[in-house]
Design a protein around this ligand. Structure first.
Ligand code: C2E
Ligand code: CA
Ligand code: CA
Length: 706
């Protein structure tokens, strides 16, 4: 009874266990084609209690897609003795829900085929399958994400066997396909880069062993590695923990090539001028410091050359910044080409450059280099098909003679550069203490000049222009003077260049033009006859787009006829921008004013160039006149200039005539008009009127030797 009671209890427990495990029992006789199923089996498959067990009844519950496969499994031939047949299948419940099952069948090993029934289980694994499916999807997402990462990623287990790698990993290490597989050994993988020399020189096997030892410590590490193809990778390793235990490590390979390039670029930019690639102010100071230290040690000297382009601002303002920039790049190239590797070439901004020459020896050597720079930079530039001229003015200071610190050296070279500009541009000058004083004086003068413009402290003086043929007065040249309340009368050489540099010449020039026209009319009103008045025009005024209008305005305001006004323009100011000058001169000619080229012989002195411009007169510079009796060369130049000028239909004025001998000589050479102290110094307006009246007697003012 007890036994029976135990068995019943056991059966009850078993049924309970089956229910909890969602297990169903079945017994199949493949030969007879019969089936027995347990209640649990039937319940799991949602088969009604009244339905008799049958293979067909079972297969009818199996998902249509799985049905043929499952049916094949239940065949006699498929059920060999001795081992389990296991298969999965889905069912579709009456409510439409798809459930997942695993089926198992076992034939006793001893039983011959065809004899005994086959016992089996089915298990509802829907919940586990759903979890598995979810895991599979998550893994697919993670893999996709990791494959999209720009970094190469790999994970090794604690025996350093490859467990995971993403797509980039293979690219980054440049591994052959066969090398990459699950459980691949760390040392096998890194043998490839080691052989390529990516861990540096040395025996690859040795290098790999070192790396392996390092990896086995499972310590975080970061190294940069440059591949033979020039790309740089940041390799980092992190230990990986599972349940608090080291379970291997993850290494990532980030391609930092672009970042490195950008960093290098930033470093370069911080130390160099973006436009020209030359050193900038910052690195110039650093290099000067180094060069001075070297020079001190070796007892050598150092030269600092400060360069400023004479015409740059005009080019930049009129032709545009892109032309200015292109010009600066060419200047930088030429500068680099002129000095040695060890020398420094820097751009301080704008059109200011500095060249520092090491081991220069003596001042003469520095002068030699300055001369070379001058010649190279003075050659014409071509930008956008346009020929440009931009000669430099160069100031030189020497270490240790002039100054013993970088700031002082640069300041002195800058002062010397100003001196070069003041000495007619396109030349070089050395720094002297005298120059230093001059630089200070210049600043003071600038302040005074500004006040002079505000207060109108200028006067015009006039110097007669005499016809060479008969000594008659044909006109005057108006020359500016500055009457400073304390310093007295100041000559134009003292303030015109500064006025040009600072732009104050625009205001001064406008006043000069208006005043000269008014004065000519006043003389006429005083009965002194029609005198032509020549007015000096600076380069700066010519750059002003509205200059022709200003001239027309001055004529209209004074009532002077255009033919009585002559504008004196230097050759170099025309050549700054020849094309613009042609237009401007044409506009001026259209007004009826005359145009003279001033100081001829000191600039380009190219008559073939001047042929293109609508001119009336050529004024030969007084430097040729002063020596004309003794210097055959000067005489020849004057003769040639006269002949070409006459050919071009221009009349010739000789300035700075101081002696009767010069008068004779110049007349013989064919000059048409003479001007100079021999006839009269420049005079204030009232004195000039008196001068005319005194010399009026015979209509001839001067005695002209025949
Ligand atoms: P520049 O146009 O060549 O003027 C002639 C200069 O030669 C004048 O000097 C005059 O006094 C001087 N000179 C005349 N005859 C003789 C002579 O026989 N011997 C010598 N040694 N010199 C003689 P100044 O008045 O001192 O003017 C100097 C320069 O200043 C002028 O040279 C001109 O370039 C500039 N300048 C004068 N006034 C003006 C002006 O209103 N506007 C502009 N832009 N420049 C002016
Ligand atoms: Ca003049
Ligand atoms: Ca002159």
């Amino acid at each position: 009874m007890t036994c029976r009671g135990d068995r019943e209890r056991l059966c009850g427990h078993l049924r309970h266990a089956q229910d909890m495990a969602r297990l169903g029992l079945w017994e199949l006789d493949p030969v007879q084609g019969t089936l027995w199923w347990s209640d649990e089996f039937r319940v799991l498959l949602r088969i009604p209690a009244e339905e008799p067990a049958s293979i067909e009844g079972f297969l009818a519950r199996v998902h249509a897609t799985d049905r043929a496969r499952v049916a094949a499994t239940l065949h006699e031939e498929a059920l060999a003795a001795g081992h389990d047949v296991e298969f999965s299948f889905r069912t579709v419940r009456p409510d439409g829900l798809v459930c997942h099952f695993v089926g198992r069948l076992r034939r006793e090993a001893a039983a011959p085929p065809g004899t005994a029934a086959v016992l089996g289980l089915i298990q509802d694994v829907t919940v586990a399958t759903a979890a598995e499916e979810e895991l599979r999807r998550q893994t697919a997402y993670l893999t996709a994400i990791l494959d999209h990462m720009p970094q190469g990623i790999s994970a090794f287990d604690e025996r350093l066997r490859l467990q995971y790698w993403n797509r980039r990993f293979a690219d980054v290490l440049d591994l052959p396909d066969e090398a990459l597989h699950r459980d691949a050994r760390f040392e096998d993988l890194i043998m490839y880069p080691a052989r390529r020399g990516e861990y540096g020189p040395g025996d690859p096997a040795q290098l790999v062993a070192e790396r392996r030892a390092l990896a086995l410590r499972f310590e975080p590490h970061r190294t940069e590695r440059t591949r033979p193809n020039g790309r740089t990778h940041l390799v980092s390793g992190e230990p990986m923990h599972i349940d608090g235990e080291v379970a291997g490590f993850i290494s990532t390979y980030a391609d930092i090539t672009e970042q490195k390039r950008a960093e290098a670029e930033i470093r370069h930019l911080a130390h160099s001028d973006a436009l020209t690639g030359l050193a900038n102010r910052f690195s110039l100071y650093a290099r000067l410091g180094q060069a001075m230290a070297d020079a001190r040690r070796s007892g050598q000297s150092l030269a600092v050359l400060f360069l400023d382009l004479d015409r740059f601002k005009t080019i930049n303002d009129s032709l545009g910044h892109h032309v200015g920039d292109a010009l600066l790049v060419q200047v930088a190239d030429r500068l680099r080409g002129c000095v040695r590797e060890a020398d420094t070439v820097a751009r301080l901004g704008g059109d200011e450059f500095v060249v520092a020459l090491q081991d220069v020896g003596c001042a003469a050597n520095a002068a030699h280099v300055a001369g070379k720079l001058l010649a190279r930079l003075s050659a014409p530039y071509v930008v956008d098909g346009t020929e440009l001229h931009a000669a430099p003015s160069i100031g030189i200071s020497l270490f240790p003679d002039d100054c013993a610190d970088a700031t002082g050296l640069l300041r002195n070279a800058d002062a010397a550069m100003y001196h070069a500009k003041a000495s007619g541009r396109a030349n070089y000058q050395f720094f002297t203490a005298e120059l230093n004083r001059a630089a200070t004086a210049r600043l003071i003068l600038e302040g005074k000049l500004r006040r002079a413009v505000e207060r109108g402290e200028f006067e015009l003086w006039y110097q007669p222009l005499i016809a060479a043929c008969d000594g008659t007065l044909i006109g005057v040249e108006a020359l500016a003077r500055w009457r400073h309340p304390q310093d007295g009368l100041i000559a134009p050489d003292q303030f015109i260049p500064l006025a040009e540099e600072t732009g104050m010449i625009t205001a001064i020039g406008a006043w000069v033009l208006g005043e000269a026209c008014r004065q000519a009319v006043r003389w006429r009103e005083q009965g002194l006859g029609a005198l032509r008045v020549a007015v000096n025009v600076s380069a700066r005024q010519l750059r002003d787009a509205s200059f022709a209008e200003a001239v027309a305005g001055a004529l209209a305001a004074s009532g002077l006829e255009a033919g009585a006004l002559e504008l004196e323009i230097t050759e170099s100011s025309i050549m700054e921008q020849p094309e613009r000058a042609i237009d401007l001169l044409r506009a001026l000619k259209a007004l009826g004013v005359h145009i003279a080229i001033d100081d001829f012989g000191t600039g380009y002195s190219s008559l073939s160039h001047l042929k293109r411009f609508p001119l009336d007169r050529l004024k030969i510079d007084r430097s040729f006149v002063s020596d004309i009796e003794h210097d055959a060369n000067d005489a020849a130049i004057v003769a040639a200039a006269v002949s070409v000028a006459h050919n071009l239909g221009l009349s010739v004025v000789a300035e700075g005539v101081e002696s009767a001998e010069q008068v004779a000589r110049l007349r013989k050479l064919g000059c048409d008009v003479l001007q100079g102290f021999h006839f009269s110094r420049p005079l204030p307006a009232a004195e000039l009127a008196a001068y005319i009246r005194t010399h009026r007697s015979g209509s001839t003012i001067a005695s002209i030797p025949r």
